[in-house]
Design a binder for this molecule. Structure first.
Ligand code: FAD
Length: 260
């Protein structure tokens, strides 16, 4: 990736005006994904002067600034407290610590990467996204919309919840992308099953949720409903059938785990 200039903006308004000026002007978080791609950039817009690097307790939810690094997110006691540490666990399995010091929450969520471990974990516990200038929507809504929001992701708001949660990243080697990742969360009457890296982006199984919330007790059946509802595909590393098989096994295992 090549860029013509690097601008440390002094306000969100300045950043937004630059984004609107040209599709070749890009917000830069850690820059790791941007660097990997070959997209032509004119101006790289850096948000590091805007105090978006804080993790704060806001009562019912934890607010995480877009410039918080994956490593800070992983280590934060406030984040470890949510869903039995599901977010910290998911992030801790992304590459190595030096990589996670650079990669940001904003770049990881905004990008809607199909393989994202963080998105699967954030989807299973409830998360809202705050965009400048004027949007607040759930992560689920953002993922379902085609394309990307035409603004700046400033914060994510994660619901505080201490219920049991399961996360599994299946990978071929230690530092690999996931073949598939699974999140399961049971909270009061609700049970959520999320499967990511199918290779499509993480999604909640509504069929499994309905079955379990109507009193279904057979976890194998719930897992079967989930994998039949969600689409699985081939990628260079894995075939759809193998992904589906793995997902089914780990969903059932996750449901058992959160029901203990
Ligand atoms: C080699 C490699 C291996 C990886 N392996 C995994 C893995 O196994 N599991 C996993 O979950 N992830 C993995 N990732 C993804 C990684 O965890 C990050 O999600 C990714 O690098 C994006 O974070 P970043 O801060 O580098 O974003 P950047 O590269 O800076 O930005 C990514 C995109 O988001 C936009 N953007 C950034 N911040 C904002 C903002 N605040 N508002 C609006 N737009 C914004 C940028 O313009 C760009 O389009 C991998 C990445 C790489 C490069």
């Amino acid at each position: 990736m090549k860029a013509n200039s690097f601008i440390k903006v002094k306000s969100l308004e300045e950043a937004y005006n630059l984004v609107k000026e040209s599709p070749k002007n890009k917000i830069v978080g850690g820059g790791l994904w941007l660097k990997k791609g070959n997209a032509a950039c004119d101006k790289l817009i850096d948000l590091s002067l805007l105090s978006l690097d804080k993790i704060e307790d806001k009562g019912e939810f934890i607010s995480v600034g877009a410039m918080v690094s994956q490593r800070e997110l992983e280590k934060s006691p406030l984040i470890k407290d949510i869903g039995h540490g599901v977010i910290s666990k998911a992030v801790s399995e992304i590459m190595g610590p030096a990589f996670r010091e650079l990669a940001t929450v904003g770049g990881s969520v905004y990008g809607k990467y199909g393989f994202s471990d963080l998105i699967t974990a954030l989807l299973v516990v409830k998360t809202k996204l705050v965009f400048y200038p004027d949007a607040e929507l759930s992560l689920e809504e953002y993922l379902a919309k085609p394309g990307f929001y035409d603004g700046i992701l400033t914060h994510i708001l994660i619901k505080k919840c201490h219920c049991k949660t399961f996360f599994k990243k299946v990978k071929i080697t230690a530092l690999d992308y996931p073949i598939v990742n699974i999140g399961v969360h049971k909270c009061e009457k609700h049970t959520f099953v999320v499967v990511g890296s199918r290779p499509g982006v993480a999604a909640i199984s509504k069929e499994a949720q309905k079955y379990l919330e109507e009193g279904g007790k057979d976890f194998e059946k719930a897992a079967e409903l989930a994998v039949n509802e969600l689409k699985f595909g081939d990628s260079i590393s894995t075939k759809a059938d193998y992904r589906k098989h793995l997902a089914k096994v780990y969903i059932a295992r996750g449901l058992e785990e959160v029901s203990k």
